[in-house]
Design a protein around this ligand. Structure first.
Ligand code: ATP
Ligand code: MG
Length: 566
């Protein structure tokens, strides 16, 4: 599925690691990976990196990749998120086939392994409350202190753990902890919690069957091992948890020990990739929902008009390393621009319309003109567009006076209407406030669709639509969601990341005119509006019956100078 040539691209460190494992005959040459989201939010572009890596590695090494919901924290998880995550992975065109799992599928086994640890004297029930546990843990400089409950007998621990399970204790009254080392320099190894009590929550998969829930650090290695994962790829913040991952698997009777390998998270400038913060944007109504086209979620990017291929291409270009970095938004925008340049049919759309009346064109005449759907791709065919006496052009494409750099319509001068005739501006009509409401033009019948090299010195070509045939539409233009490259660092400056929200990230143009054939296109269909950018029909039908189009991306880098205007 990857579009790159694997033979020329240098292999990243995870590929090299697996190459070495295969050369050494490890895991009988098998490669099994997994993508393990927690269903507590929608997936974002950072998750796409992990999806492309995990599914991509499996594909490359003829292995398989599981989709596993890491669902051990029921108070924040929902079926809605489970469904959205499945949809997003499928949209990226990755296939887990019949390997869809939930960590909660393993609750019984996880419980039994906990009993095994207790029996081996490697886990104990602790009565300290959360605050005491924290106080006993020590600091990076100082070792922790053993819990007074650390040396309970196996029998007492078994009995107390059984009571935890059967609901005899309140939330927070007891926890099950691993007995490792309270003096370890690695805080994660200071008798970490394995199980906690949670009453009164209904788990989206297991309902009310359990009132004890296993912790992530305990659940993850065991889930990996149960599924026969060979390489457990995760982000760098789990590096310090790897000793615990290994400890859990080394101390239970499970015949599989996956290798955890960490890589750096994707950070993208001018946005955020943290589910917690994205949740806040949604819940506090800073955006219209998880699929708001300004969101860096896969649902938002999809609605904005991104293609799955462009996201995969992006993940491929940013690569996989161990060093933290922050990618420029322009890299992502270039990926979608390049993809849409190839595949998006061209259309004409006037976003900021002003009327042009062609005085010498007959009142009732309508011509159907042929227009190519793509300037370089004949195979995309042509369409017919109506031409008539009154057309709309963009206000920015007309000036009463301008210097030579301005290659559009100027009073007394000529311009070519794309796919149609050369017109000349003869006069303007203004309202009382001085705003131009109509441009009176003439046209030359001999110029239909002729190349500007036909001897006429007409430099400019502008887009237009026939007034009588145009479709009125709402067009939404998007800018960056934040006006700070790294809003997540806000806390360092004593601010909230929401302080950096760009208040002008959405501009709604409610009276745009589009080519007739854009009336009935499906939501999600993508086009290039000539000279304006790439656009996509939105799912929203609430604009008074008008179709809504989202601008996916501009034609050139947004922050580069668009066009010199005189
Ligand atoms: P968030 O910080 O957004 O809440 P998370 O790590 O808590 O993300 P999970 O659902 O646990 O979210 O993530 C599933 C997988 O996706 C994990 O393996 C995680 O490491 C990976 N992942 C999450 N965010 C990124 C990112 N920005 N870049 C690369 N991988 C990521
Ligand atoms: Mg996580």
């Amino acid at each position: 599925m990857s579009d790159t040539n694997e033979t020329t691209k240098p292999r990243h460190f995870i590929q090299q690691y697996i190459d070495a494992d295969i050369a050494a005959g490890k895991n009988e040459g098998k490669v099994v990976t997994r993508f393990p989201p927690e269903p507590n939010g929608y997936l974002h572009i950072g998750h796409a990196k992990s999806i492309c890596l995990n599914f991509g590695i499996a594909e490359e090494f003829n292995g398989s990749c599981n989709l596993r919901f890491d669902d051990t924290n029921p108070s924040k998880e929902k079926e809605e998120f489970v469904a959205a995550i499945e949809q997003d992975v499928q949209w990226l065109e990755f296939d887990w086939q019949d390997r869809l799992y939930y960590a909660s599928d393993y609750f019984e086994q996880l419980h039994d392994f906990a009993v095994e640890l207790i029996n081996a004297g490697k886990a104990y029930v602790c009565d300290l409350n959360a605050e005491q546990v924290r106080a006993y843990r020590g600091t990076l400089q100082e070792p922790g202190k053993n819990s007074p409950h650390r040396d309970r007998s196996v029998e007492e621990n078994l009995e107390l753990f059984a009571k935890m399970r059967s609901g005899d204790f309140a939330d927070g009254e007891r926890v099950l902890r691993a007995k490792i080392d309270m003096a370890s320099p690695n805080m994660n190894m200071r008798d970490p919690t394995l199980y906690r009590i949670r009453h009164g929550v209904i788990h989206h998969q297991t309902g009310e069957e359990w009132c004890i829930y296993p912790m992530y650090d305990y659940t993850h290695p065991i889930s990996d091992a149960i599924e026969g994962i060979t390489h457990s790829l995760c982000t760098l913040e789990f590096e310090d948890h790897r000793p615990l991952y290994d400890w859990v698997l080394d101390n239970i009777s499970i015949g599989c020990h996956p290798q955890q390998i960490e890589f750096s998270r994707l950070n993208l400038q001018y946005t955020i990739v943290s589910k917690r913060k994205l949740t806040q944007l949604v819940e506090d109504n800073h955006v219209s929902g998880w699929d708001d086209p300004r969101m860096p979620t896969l649902a938002g990017l999809r609605r904005r008009g991104f293609t799955p291929a462009s996201i995969r291409d992006f993940c491929d270009r940013i690569g996989v390393t161990k060093s933290d970095n922050s990618i420029e938004m322009g890299v992502l925008e270039n990926c979608i621009r390049e993809d849409l340049n190839e595949i998006a049919p061209r259309r004409m759309a006037v976003l900021n319309p002003v009327k042009v009346v062609i005085e010498n064109y007959p009142e009732d005449k309508v011509e159907q003109l042929d227009a190519p759907n793509h300037p370089q791709k004949e195979e995309l065919g042509t369409r017919q567009i109506p031409f008539s006496r009154e057309v709309f052009i963009d206000r920015d494409d007309f000036r009463e006076e301008a210097n030579k750099k301005y290659k559009r319509l100027v009073l007394g001068k000529e311009v070519r209407l794309r796919n149609a005739y050369v017109i000349k501006a003869e006069d303007v009509i203004k309202d009382d406030s001085g705003e131009i409401i109509e441009i009176r033009c003439s046209y030359d019948t001999e110029t239909l669709n002729k190349n500007p090299a036909d001897g006429r010195k007409v430099k400019g070509v502008i887009h237009w639509v026939s007034a009588a045939h145009a479709v009125e539409a709402e067009v939404r233009l998007y800018d960056r969601l934040f006006n700070q490259p790294n809003p997540e660092s806000a806390a360092k400056e004593g601010k909230e990341f929401t302080d950096y929200i760009n208040e002008n990230s959405l501009e709604t143009l409610s009276k745009c005119y589009l080519e007739t054939n854009l009336q009935d296109v499906d939501a999600g269909e993508r086009f290039q509006f000539e000279r304006e950018g790439y656009f996509c029909r939105d799912t929203d039908n609430s604009a008074n019956g008008k179709p809504v189009f989202n601008r996916t991306v501009t034609l050139r880098d947004t922050w580069a100078k668009i066009e010199a205007a005189g």
